[in-house]
Design a protein around this ligand. Structure first.
Ligand code: ATP
Ligand code: MG
Length: 258
């Protein structure tokens, strides 16, 4: 069982698109998958086909101790995986948790009883290095960092890498960077190619081989309540995420052999 946080404190870099499509692609490959929406925007929830406006209970209830995982999780039927859904309530958890014991460990502890039922647990993080994100990093074995190959991309990355190092040192010895995923990639752009080459230079085999291109079908899919890989499986974006899931499975299997 592998728990991965999908994180980048920069907004709009493709965290949710990656979370939802990786979850669906893993499910298509027979992996039992749970997607945790840790963002009050609730985009991963909606993108999985679950209505965030119509939740009895959400991740908020889980984090503040008002519900257990089995009360909160919903099967995203069309998407093929389970979801711990979120909506604006979750913004309140951020404030309420400050008062609680072991406030960084709330998610880890809430997941503990049921994680064994899954092959993969994916956590979609909000665009901040907040207490919510910290809960994701404390619950995870690894971090997947989606990023656009833009001019300031590397600069923003150092804050995230430092945060991950601090969490590793102080709160979660299991945590490591699984890899960087280049998304919304434009192969015709010189800058994209330069930044991409720089990433490979700095991070070596921590950079996933899969490149996710900019593809409008991925952006359209959430309005149909479907992950892109199910909405239009033949699109270039869907194909990339299917390849990414295969790369992910290969990578975790290679750890077993080590
Ligand atoms: P936030 O920080 O607000 O949570 P995010 O990092 O989760 O954002 P997404 O919501 O996944 O980012 O993506 C931002 C926007 O870019 C969305 O409109 C999404 O549909 C679009 N998008 C993401 N990936 C791609 C892609 N490969 N091709 C085209 N559009 C994309
Ligand atoms: Mg998001």
């Amino acid at each position: 069982m592998h728990i991965f946080a999908i994180a980048n404190q920069k907004g709009g870099v493709g965290k949710t698109t990656t979370s939802v499509n990786l979850a669906a692609a893993l499910a298509l490959q027979g992996q039992r998958t749970l997607l945790v929406d840790l963002d009050p925007q609730g985009n991963a929830t909606m993108g999985s086909g679950v209505d965030k406006g119509d939740l009895q209970r959400s991740v908020y209830h889980l984090l503040v101790g008002l519900a257990s995982l089995s009360d909160v999780r919903i099967r995203a039927e069309a998407s093929g995986y389970d979801v711990l859904p979120a909506n604006r309530d979750l913004a309140g958890a951020e404030i309420e948790m400050v008062e609680l014991d072991r406030r960084e460990m709330r998610l880890k502890e809430a997941l503990a009883e049921h994680v064994g039922e899954y092959d993969f647990v994916l956590i979609d993080s909000p665009p901040s290095l907040s207490l919510l994100t910290l809960n994701g990093l404390c619950a995870a074995h690894g971090v997947i960092i989606p990023m656009q190959c833009e001019y300031f991309a590397l600069e923003g990355l150092s804050d995230l890498v430092n945060t991950i190092k601090k969490v590793h040192a102080n709160l979660n010895r299991d945590l490591k960077i699984i890899g960087l995923l280049r998304v919304m990639f434009d192969p015709r752009s010189t800058l994209s190619n330069q930044v991409s080459a720089q990433l490979e230079e700095h991070f070596g085999d921590k950079v996933f081989k899969t490149l996710v291109p900019r593809n409008v079908r991925l952006a359209e899919a959430p309005s149909y309540g479907l992950p892109g890989v199910l909405f239009d499986r033949t699109s270039k974006g869907a194909q990339a995420y299917l390849n990414f899931a295969a790369e992910m499975i290969e990578r975790v299997n290679s750890w077993r052999e080590e």
